[in-house]
Design a protein around this ligand. Structure first.
Ligand SMILES: Cc1cc2nc3c(=O)[nH]c(=O)nc-3n(C[C@H](O)[C@H](O)[C@H](O)COP(=O)(O)OP(=O)(O)OC[C@H]3O[C@@H](n4cnc5c(N)ncnc54)[C@H](O)[C@@H]3O)c2cc1C
Length: 382
C-alpha cells in the first residue's frame, strides 16, 4: 500500500486548507446542542455546502465533488486540523446518506440528499426505545398498514435521539409484522418530524445541553415512498447503517489526529514551563500518538478494500471499539497533564465527557465484542 499523496491529492488538500482558513467561523463555536449554539453551527455547515465542501465524496448532482474516499479522508484531516467541531448534520450525511446510496430509490435520493447536504433538512436516528437499546431487535414501536391512504401509521416511542430537539426528520425502525420473529418484520422509515402526531421532548445530556430527545408517535402517517429498502427488510438496511456508524464514516482519523496534535502541544507547553513531574506522562503521550497514527493506517487499509469493491462487514465493530476507547485515552491523558488546571468548561473536559459516551452509542462495546467474537473470530455463541 503506497500512502504517499498524488499531486492531485496534494492540490486537493491545499485547496481545502485555504478555503477552510478563509471561511471558518470564529472559534471556539458555542455548543451545537443548545438553542443559541445550534443556529450558529447550522449556518456554518450551510456555508460549507455553498463552498462545495459539505459532502466532498458525493456526486455533484447532490452537492458533492465526486471526490474519492482518499480525498474525503484528506478533507476530514484538514477540517479537524482547522479546529472545527463535529457536524450537527453528521447523522444524516454519515449514517443515512450511505444507506440511501445503497438502498434508496431514485426519487428518495433526489428528494432527500441535496437538502440534507445543504442542512435544509436535519436528520436524526430513531432506533433505541426505552426497552430496546442493545437488543435492537426488541423494538416495539409499530407501523400498521393504511391501505386507503397508501402508507403506514406509526405509533410508539423512541429515545436517546441525538439532536432530536433540533432535527426536522428522522430515520427510524418500526415493527411492520407483529407476528414475525425479532429481526424479521421491521421496516426502515423516513419520517418528517413536522407530521401530525409527532411529539419531541428534549432530554439533557450530562453537560446540561439538550443533546437528546424522546420522540413519540401517535398514529403518524408515512407514505409508501418513505419506506427505505422494502417492507420487513428493515434489519438488513439498518445493518448497512451500522457499518457506516461503527466503521468508516462517523469517526474519521482526522478527528483523532487533531486531538492528539493538541495533546502533544499541551505536553510541550507544560514541559517548557517545567510543570511535568511524572515521567510516565511522556510515554503516555507518545502512546496516544501511536494509537491515533495506527488508526489512520488501519483506516487507509479499509479505504483500500472498499475502493476495490469490498463491503464493510462485522469488522466495523473492531473499528468502533478502537475509536471509542482511544478517544477516552486521549482525553484522560490530557486531563492528567492539566491536573488542577483542567477547566470545567474547557474543551478537554467537555471532550472527555463526550468521549465517555463513545463506548455506549453506535452499539455498546460489549455488544461489539460479542460481534467480534462470533462473527469475526467464529467463537461459539453464548
Ligand atoms: C451519546 C449517545 C448518543 C446516542 N444517540 C442515539 C441516537 O441518535 N439514536 C438512537 O436510536 N439511539 C441513540 N443512543 C442510544 C444507544 O444506541 C443505546 O444507549 C445503546 O444501544 C445501549 O442501549 P441501552 O442504553 O438501552 O443499554 P442496555 O441495552 O440496557 O445495556 C446496558 C448494559 O448491558 C450491556 N449489555 C446488554 N446486552 C448485552 C449482551 N448481550 N452482552 C453483553 N453485554 C450486554 C450493555 O453493553 C450495557 O453496558 C445514544 C446513546 C448515547 C450515549
Amino acid at each position: 500500500m503506497d500512502l504517499s499523496e498524488t499531486p492531485g491529492q496534494q492540490a486537493f488538500r491545499l485547496e481545502a486548507r485555504d478555503w477552510l482558513e478563509a471561511n471558518k467561523p470564529p472559534l471556539p463555536m458555542p455548543p451545537g446542542d443548545t438553542a443559541d449554539g445550534f443556529p450558529v453551527h447550522r449556518d456554518w455547515e450551510r456555508r460549507l455546502f455553498e463552498g462545495g465542501w459539505a459532502v466532498v465524496s458525493w456526486p455533484r448532482e447532490f452537492g458533492g465533488r465526486d471526490a474519492s474516499l482518499w480525498e474525503w479522508l484528506i478533507f476530514e484531516e484538514e477540517y479537524y486540523r482547522a479546529g472545527l467541531p463535529q457536524r450537527v448534520a453528521q447523522n444524516g450525511i454519515f449514517l443515512l446518506a450511505p444507506t440511501l446510496f445503497e438502498f434508496g430509490t431514485e426519487d428518495q435520493r433526489s428528494r432527500i440528499l441535496r437538502r440534507m447536504a445543504a442542512v435544509e433538512d436535519l436528520w436524526c436516528q430513531g432506533w433505541s426505545e426505552p426497552d430496546a437499546g442493545s437488543d435492537l431487535a426488541g423494538i416495539k414501536s409499530r407501523a400498521t398498514r393504511d391501505e386507503e391512504a397508501g402508507g403506514w401509521r406509526l405509533s410508539g416511542q423512541k429515545t436517546w435521539t441525538t439532536r432530536g430537539a433540533f432535527c426536522s426528520h428522522l430515520f427510524g425502525l418500526f415493527r411492520t409484522d407483529p407476528e414475525a420473529e425479532r429481526h424479521h418484520g421491521m421496516t426502515y422509515f423516513l419520517v418528517d418530524l413536522a407530521s401530525a402526531g409527532v411529539t419531541v421532548r428534549p432530554v439533557d445530556k450530562l453537560d446540561g445541553d439538550a443533546g437528546f430527545a424522546e420522540v413519540f408517535f401517535d398514529d403518524v402517517f408515512v407514505g409508501d415512498d418513505d419506506v427505505l429498502g422494502g417492507v420487513n427488510e428493515g434489519w438488513n438496511v439498518a445493518m448497512a447503517t451500522t457499518g457506516s456508524e461503527r466503521g468508516l464514516t462517523l469517526r474519521s482519523p482526522g478527528r483523532f489526529g487533531a486531538v492528539v496534535d493538541r495533546l502533544v502541544d499541551l505536553y510541550r507547553r507544560k514541559d517548557a514551563l517545567g510543570l511535568i513531574d511524572d515521567p510516565a506522562l511522556r510515554a503516555e503521550v507518545a502512546g496516544c500518538w501511536m494509537e491515533a497514527e495506527a488508526y489512520r493506517l488501519a483506516t487507509a487499509m479499509t479505504v483500500t478494500r472498499l475502493s476495490a469493491g469490498h463491503r464493510m462487514g462485522p469488522e466495523s465493530s473492531l473499528n468502533k471499539v478502537w475509536w471509542s476507547e482511544m478517544d477516552i485515552h486521549l482525553h484522560e491523558t490530557a486531563l492528567r497533564l492539566l491536573g488542577d488546571d483542567a477547566d470545567l468548561e474547557g474543551p478537554w473536559l467537555k471532550g472527555f465527557q463526550f468521549a465517555l459516551s463513545g463506548p455506549i452509542y453506535a452499539g455498546t462495546n460489549e455488544i461489539q465484542r460479542n460481534v467480534i467474537a462470533e462473527r469475526v473470530l467464529g467463537l461459539p455463541r453464548r
